[in-house]
Design a protein around this ligand. Structure first.
Ligand code: NAP
Length: 320
């Protein structure tokens, strides 16, 4: 089978397409035929060797995939060959024609959801769900600013918040991104490439501020976010690529909290709860992953360049 292999950490060119022996499922393992693999920013941090946890070299990158169960190992009861599934994590890496998974990493892919859409679920939707519901404890009818709404996590958050009847304000840095965020359920859109774009929050929330902020680029936005929060507001830091100085008085003035969130800290039980809610939303059609670009596996290096370069427009997926 074909797989992307990384033999040394570094720039995207270290992503090499290679021929590998076919995989066989061991005890309590499931083998899937990968139809699409999702590209996440974290894949690029791991490949560059800058992420806190580094895999042993050589390795096959990728956490997210969707495909069909090809074979099951001993001890597997609830999954059968031929099942359509999405993978939120794998044992062997998802940028490949085949991937080995634990049963807990696989979830049913409803028939109306394509394989490419399935590859867009794992990290982005679980992150958005955990940030919005478990960390910010968002309530029906509250308002949320999705600061960075045009990419994988942001669009998932917009759809989730919209399905909760929240007032959704989403930001993007391009006209195409703004139109997409609006089409996916945001009540208002703001251009984060414009200085002072958060000044409109006061008018959009009748002077209250927003109850929740989901922040994709905290080092760029945190000082401006804090005055945009309502009394009792919660800000969840999802992404940040540097450090930043804030005035703690901005927190005191409104009883607000800043909560850091890393998806990989979720327990197995929390993860299972998140995915059963996501599968329900996918079945109902309230969650509809947006795939912006599909690239062949041979172009993985281009996909890694693209995901780090704005503007975002939904999800980038690889087709083996
Ligand atoms: P993505 O698909 O590449 O999207 C990036 C998003 O950030 C786009 O909406 C982009 O908007 C936006 N952005 C760019 N400049 C911005 C600015 N100045 N202010 C606000 N937003 C800005 O990436 P993703 O998968 O959605 O992930 C988003 C971030 O969350 C990444 O940093 C990722 O590493 C992180 N993340 C963290 C976790 C966790 O567990 N904490 C999990 C998943 C992802 P435009 O391109 O339209 O400008």
């Amino acid at each position: 089978m074909k797989a992307i292999r990384v033999h040394e950490f570094g720039k995207p060119k270290v992503l090499r397409l290679e021929e590998r022996p076919d995989l066989q499922p061991g005890r309590r393992q499931i083998l899937i035929r990968v139809k699409a693999a999702g590209v996440n920013p974290v894949d690029t941090y791991i490949r560059a060797g800058t992420y806190a946890q580094k895999p042993k070299l050589p390795y096959t990158p990728g956490l997210d995939a969707a495909g069909v169960v090809e074979a099951v190992g001993e001890g597997i009861k609830g999954t059968s060959s031929g099942d359509r599934v999405y993978a939120a994590g794998t044992i062997s890496g998802s940028y490949a024609e085949q991937a080995l998974c634990k049963e807990s990493q696989l979830h049913p892919l409803p028939s109306a959801v394509s394989y490419s859409q399935g590859a867009a679920i794992g990290v982005p939707y679980a992150t958005a769900y955990r940030a919005l519901l478990h960390c910010a404890r968002a309530q029906r009818g509250e308002s949320v600013l999705v600061h960075g709404a045009s990419g994988g996590v942001g669009l998932a958050a917009v759809q989730l918040a919209h399905s909760l009847a929240m007032t959704v304000i989403g930001t993007a840095g391009s006209q195409e991104g703004l139109a997409l965020v609006s089409q996916q359920g945001a009540d208002h859109v703001l251009d984060h490439s414009r200085t002072g774009h958060l000044e409109e929050i006061t008018a959009l929330t009748s002077g209250r501020g927003v109850d929740v902020i989901l922040e994709m680029l905290a080092h760029a936005n945190l000082p401006q976010d804090l005055p945009a929060l309502a009394v009792g507001g919660r800000l969840v830091v999802i992404g940040s690529r540097g450090s930043v100085e804030i005035d703690p008085r901005q927190l005191m003035l409104r009883d607000t909290s800043i909560i850091g969130m890393l998806l990989f800290n979720a327990s197995e039980r929390e993860t299972a709860n998140i995915h059963s809610a996501l599968v329900a939303g996918l079945k109902k059609g309230t969650l509809r992953p947006v795939v912006g670009r599909e690239l062949p596996l041979a172009n993985t290096a281009d996909a890694h360049e693209m995901i780090m370069r704005p503007p975002a427009y939904g999800k980038i997926v690889l087709i083996p």
